[in-house]
Design a protein around this ligand. Structure first.
Ligand code: 13P
Length: 302
């Protein structure tokens, strides 16, 4: 069921678990996430990084939307880390449920203005927006942020930023990184507590760079209000490792069995994350799109 990102995240936060948002590039990735979600009876998000969004274009967007629509569990479709207003406009017009308007590379005032405009636009489509203040370091799909450019989220700045932009979800930087952790991950939970206190219940918190984070950090983050984790590296690595396996790399290899093996390898990683995030066996807690529409109609003043 194609479901709104707001519904997925609000329900997860209310019941104290988190939704996995998995970066996908192609049919195998999409299928791995949907099969994992169905096998675990879990909600999930399919998300596209700008490079896969650009590469796959509208056929990839349609694939994600159709896979979500025909899945037996709630799934939303999200554009990750977009710095471009045109891409965001395209995603919203195509029917994607949420976008990340990433102005974290901009000076604060420009990030604020970009996020404010994109939030206004997205709300017209009934979609929600994720923003980032502070800056997450690491490397992902050709986007690289050096460690010295990384900046932790300032809790006071976060409060002013959310009030001014009306953004729905905030990606926090508390020591998390994209890609592999080069040393033992260390998350600044005191900072997360202050961010939560400053923002209150209305803003949904997101943690990027969930690949490689130990279980206790995941569950502490959830207890402190994180309701979405982004996962890319571990799933991508499972895919790449399978492509290099004897069966797939053989000169007479057939493509379909290799695709099936890749899907199975990625599906296992995604299922493990769903267990870790507490979203497994939670699909029933989510409203179907029809029930969500009815609830919002009932809430609307006459
Ligand atoms: P990892 O690649 O570290 O899992 O992070 C994914 C991410 O945050 C995508 O936005």
């Amino acid at each position: 069921m194609l479901t709104s990102t707001r519904e997925l995240l609000e329900t997860a936060r209310r019941h104290i678990y988190a939704i996995g948002a998995f970066n996908v590039y192609n049919l195998e990735g999409v299928r791995a996430v949907v099969l994992a979600a169905e096998a675990c009876s879990s909600p999930a998000m399919l998300q596209m990084h700008p490079s896969s969004f650009k590469f796959g274009g509208s056929p990839l967007v349609s694939l994600c939307l159709e896979a979500a629509r025909t899945a037996s569990v709630p799934i939303s479709v999200h554009l990750d880390h977009s710095t471009a207003a045109e891409a965001i406009q395209f995603a919203l017009a195509a029917g994607m449920n949420s976008v990340m308007a990433d102005g974290s590379h901009l000076p604060y005032a420009e990030n604020l203005e970009f996020t404010r405009q994109m939030t206004q636009l997205a709300h017209q489509y009934g979609a929600i927006v994720e923003a980032e203040i502070g800056r997450i370091s690491g490397t992902e799909d050709g986007l690289s942020v050096a460690e010295k450019e990384a900046k932790m989220t300032d809790p006071a700045e976060a409060k002013a930023f959310v009030a001014a932009t009306q953004v729905d979800t905030l990606a926090v930087t508390i020591g998390n990184v994209h890609g592999e952790y080069k040393s033992e991950p260390r998350l600044d939970f005191e900072r997360l507590i202050k961010i939560r206190q400053n923002l209150g219940e209305d803003t949904l918190l997101v943690l990027h760079g969930a690949s490689g984070l130990p279980a206790e950090m995941i569950s502490r983050s959830i207890q402190l209000g994180v309701c979405k984790f982004n996962v890319n590296t571990e799933v991508r690595q499972a895919y790449m490792t399978m492509l290099k396996s004897e069966r797939c790399a053989a000169s007479d290899a057939d493509l379909i069995p290799c695709m099936e093996d890749s899907i199975a390898a990625m599906q296992q990683v995604v299922m493990d994350k769903m267990q870790l995030f507490g979203s497994a066996q939670k699909a029933h807690l989510h409203q179907t799109p029809y029930a969500a529409l009815l609830t919002s109609a009932l809430r609307r003043p006459a």
